[in-house]
Design a binder for this molecule. Structure first.
Ligand SMILES: Cc1ncc(COP(=O)(O)O)c(C=O)c1O
Length: 428
């Protein structure tokens, strides 16, 4: 085993026996070097990003089904202790998989499901990743839960820290949606608005992580553990489909971590024999105003050139995505691709999902449905194939996106006559 870091360092923080469940080591995604579990996120050999490796025992569907109705039913597949469900967390996950027949008919697809992660405790998929990062932070003896965020992660960190009774600090770009700022501040976190884009905020977070001891920046220095939380989306989709995989999945992309970990989760399910082996095409969705990975894909490149974001989809506004090259790998390997749509299409598709399925998505959901519609029109998505799209956040967080488009049809006097006049000719 090549050593990533001095193994003696792990003893400083002294994780307890079984702190990371069946996880056994960290592995570099760039060069494959392996090292011990600890608060490490960059490879000592090549500075590549690290991810968690496991020695999974035999795990059955029945064992999983007997677990709690949260991501903790998949605890044996995560870097968390076996007794994780007894700790105070927001217990995210097990969100509904909506059989979306109306949207399918509207889009011209045969079978479609929406994995609706707006049902999480702070109304986005970020509760999943934060719950796993919080466990790692606790086991590593870190004291402050922190993050740079485009909004949703800030909400999730603030709530998870409040529930666990620990301090939190969240750093956000100053131009975030008001609803997202409020939804972090209410948990009494230390909320700091930073002049600049998410990428500026992220850089500052890395500097603080390097200077201050005892801080767990969930998506910086405990990122390998944090990222594993997104695998639970793959597990839930498979379990909710009756332990089988769909043919194609469309996923919103900012840093790309969610997409790459859904792919990792699918691989694990197959390897463990929990689902039948079959190909699953993975598609990424970005907003045109911040689409560095889609641009690299179209140009046939392996590197992702950073961009300056300019889109209403602020939760996806990461101009320099950490997982960019890995997203390119996944979509190319699985036979998918990554595409983008502009802000007008984003808003139209927020409305389309709401109109057809009664699901109010935030802007990221509008991006995902918009890209799905585009890929069908372009003949890329197979209309006969079973499709899952991810709705990763709640429309109440980005109300301004639709504020000019929807509202009361008319204002009338409070009399039956006035109503009858309005209703004339409108009866179903
Ligand atoms: C609602 C929502 N969807 C998707 C994403 C993209 O996640 P990732 O950075 O893992 O690609 C984010 C990121 O903040 C988000 O807030």
């Amino acid at each position: 085993m090549t050593t990533l870091i001095d193994p003696a360092l792990t003893a400083v923080n002294g994780p307890r026996e079984g702190a990371f469940g069946n996880a056994t080591h960290l592995v570099c995604r760039a060069c494959g070097a392996e090292g011990p579990l600890g608060p490490f996120y960059a490879c000592m050999e090549c500075f590549g990003p690290l991810e968690v490796g496991y020695a999974f025992p035999e795990i059955t569907r029945e064992q999983i089904e007997a677990g709690p109705r949260s991501i903790w039913r998949y605890a044996p597949l995560l870097p968390v202790p076996a007794d994780i469900a007894t700790f105070r967390s927001t217990d995210p996950g097990f969100t509904r998989l909506v059989d979306a027949g109306n949207l399918a008919a509207d889009l011209g697809l045969k079978r479609l499901w929406v994995k609706d992660d707006s049902g999480n405790p702070t109304h986005s998929f970020k509760d999943r990743v934060v719950a796993v990062a919080l466990s790692a932070a606790r086991e590593l003896g870190l004291k402050v839960l922190a993050c740079p965020s485009t909004g949703n992660l800030a909400n999730a960190v603030a709530a998870a820290a409040a529930r666990a009774g620990i301090r939190s600090v969240v750093l956000v770009p100053e131009n975030l949606e008001k609803q997202k700022i409020l939804a972090s501040a209410v948990y009494d976190t230390t909320l700091i608005a930073i002049e600049g884009t998410y990428d500026d905020v992220n850089k500052l977070a890395s500097e603080i992580a390097g200077e201050e001891e005892g801080w767990a920046f969930v998506n910086v220095n405990v990122r390998p553990y944090y990222a594993e939380g997104s695998k639970t989306l793959a597990y839930e989709i498979a379990e909710q489909l009756g332990w089988r995989l769909p043919d194609q999945i469309v996923i919103p992309v900012a840093s790309g971590s969610q997409l790459t970990k859904i792919d990792k989760g699918i691989g694990e399910l197959i390897k463990l024999g929990l689902v039948e082996d079959k190909p699953v095409k993975i598609f990424g969705a970005q907003a045109t105003g911040c689409s560095p990975i889609a641009q690299a894909y179209r140009a046939g490149q392996d590197v992702v050139a950073p961009v300056k974001p300019n889109t209403i989809a602020k939760s996806l506004a990461i101009g320099n995505p950490a997982d960019g090259p890995y997203v390119l790998d996944v979509v190319r390997r699985t036979g998918g691709l990554i595409a983008d749509v502009d802000d007008t299409v984003v808003v139209e598709n927020i409305q389309r999902l709401a109109r057809t399925e009664g699901i109010f998505a935030e802007t990221a959901g509008g991006v995902t449905i918009g890209v799905t519609a585009k890929l069908i029109a372009d003949g890329v998505l197979d209309p006969e194939a079973e499709t899952v799209v991810i709705n990763s956040g709640d429309g109440l967080k980005t109300l301004d996106a639709v504020a000019d488009k929807v509202g009361p049809k008319t204002t009338i006097a409070p009399s039956y006559e006035a109503f009858a006049e309005f209703w004339k000719g409108r009866r179903p």
